[in-house]
Design a binder for this molecule. Sequence first.
Ligand code: UGA
Ligand code: MN
Length: 324
Amino acid sequence: MKKVEAINFLYVLVLSTTVFLIFTYKELTETKSPGGRMRLLWNWRSVQESYHLAVYPCIESFRVRAHLPVIYVVTPTYPRPTQIPELVRLAQTLMTVPNLFWIVAEDAPILNPRVASYLDGTGICHAYLAAPMPESYRGELKTPRGVSNRRAGMDWIRKHVTEGVMYFADDDNTYHLDVFEEMRWTKKVSMWPVGLVTHLGVSSPVVIDGRVIGFYDGWIEGRKFPVDMAGFAVGIPFFLSKVDAEMPYRAGFEEDGFLRSLEISVDDVEPKADNCTKIYVWHTRTQKATPAPKIATNITHFTDSNLSALEKELFLETSESAFH
Ligand code: UGA
Ligand code: MN
């Protein structure tokens, strides 16, 4: 009897050790790839906090190029038919820039799984945040577009980042790769020209002998810094030192309000792009597209065709359940 008990005990011991080893192995292999592990955690958080983070392709590459400051690109975006094409175009620029972290902030109460999965597929290290414009501004004649999104991006940076550079890149502009290398070593605030802004065709700091002495812009309107959102970058340590810096919900005055809140003078501005003689970013605007109508899949030769799959591409799914 004693012998049978001992064998049973041994049997249970071997079984539980095997189970324990399998779990530990899984845990260890996940921990070895830091991104994979973090991703699991953050996916859970995405449902809890409207927040989604994909880091694994990048942690290693940031380490390899540790001498290069990381550029944190904050992109406001919002649901509309041209959203994915805009993000594709921008992503295909950003994916070639080393040491870049993309913060995509969506003007919507919850994340869109289609956008999340597109972003994951780019391999770009990114955080995807839901940051809806407060309802009180929605009805206004001129709404402060992209402000709640940029503010959410800045909050994220304040919580998670200590080094690097911050840049606000709207989803519909055109970016030459050189603009990122120009901004990478920004100390306080760097600036450069932006093409296709107002009737003047360009908005730029005015530079004499390597110093900014004023601004050329088609819409001055009492602004101390009459510049476009795409025309400046901010050093993150400097930004963090200005604890009250914030972007106002004031259409047309977002850039000026934010730059004033950094408490800089025109003299502090670091001119880039060969003393503002080159254009590396353009304020292009995409023509609005009307939402596609439902495809009439009841028409005989449409039934069982590709069209029902295509329809899924046309309509943005927003249910949280698609995250699971
Ligand atoms: C211009 C400036 O380039 C913006 O930086 C500035 O926020 C805006 O004017 C303003 O003053 O309102 P513009 O091309 O006229 O931008 O505006 P959009 O491109 O339509 O919007 C700017 C950004 O906000 C885009 O990235 C867009 O995706 C986002 N957006 C726009 C939202 O998040 N929600 C909206 O309802 C509309
Ligand atoms: Mn735009």
